[in-house]
Design a protein around this ligand. Sequence first.
Ligand SMILES: [Zn+2]
Length: 326
Amino acid sequence: MARKTPKSKIERDPIEIAGTKVLAGREGRVDIPVARLPTGTWLTLPVSVIHGRRDGPTIWLSGTLHGDELNGIAIIREVVRRLDAKELCGTVLAVPIVNVFGLVIGSRYLPDRRDLNRSFPGSKRGSLASRLAYLFVNEIVRHCNYGIDFHTGSGGRANLPQLRCELDDNPTRELAEVFAPPIILNSKHRSGSLRDTAVGLGITTLLFEAGAAHHFDRKSIRTGVEGTRRVLKHLQMIDQDVVPATPTCLSRQSTWARSRRGGLCQMSVELGDRVQEGQELAVVFESLSAKDSIVRSPIEGMVIGQLDHAMVNLGEAIAHVASIEG
Ligand SMILES: [Zn+2]
């Protein structure tokens, strides 16, 4: 008579991240040393490893590659809070703050002014940005089948929650449609980006953009949490109730409407508004002049990004309008 396999034997192997082992059915915190600050203090990359009891895919969730983009921190925190390693099929590697240096100084960049998301795949002996990119690829990305990288608008601009991916890549498009943000934009990988490197390694990667730098935005965070949970359920990693998807628009073309003068800018539209070609998007004016300069939409479409401050210069990007397919 065949003997029943002991339960411990059918459990998964531990996962090892930067020399730390996390057992199946457990959640572990790993702080990977990155570099010393000039003060001599070690700065570490904090990673939460939720290693499910049962087999399944491995997915990373990353935020704050740009040190001033915070929404991803709140999204990842909420997603992780609702996971249970004992129930999870597969593994979640959560890295809410990748650019630990940038966060500390409230900057998009590394202290050497380099952009981490243009420094991938990185190298062992390169610049600080290059070393951090190398560490992230080798300790996190290489373990994964999927990844979601969370960003916000930059440079004083706020984004409607959106995914950017190659719409012609079917597995990526399918996953993006499961995430179901208000809009999915076709976008080629940018050389040196995390997405470019991950896709090159055969990993299906989504890039989420929502809200503005330095802020938590509730709607963006909610959209990110609900979309990520739909993806985890679709990959059969969780068996929990998720919020059903609402319709998503697809776009292959977008353009910025720019100011034709310097001045003070008042928006006439909101993120997510549908606009006609030639429709007023914003008014730029001088404080003591009755004359307005109207910023108009160059195309028919949806407002997916806009300025979030009032002072503008000649040629400044005011609103990002995406044409909608179908
Ligand atoms: Zn970013």
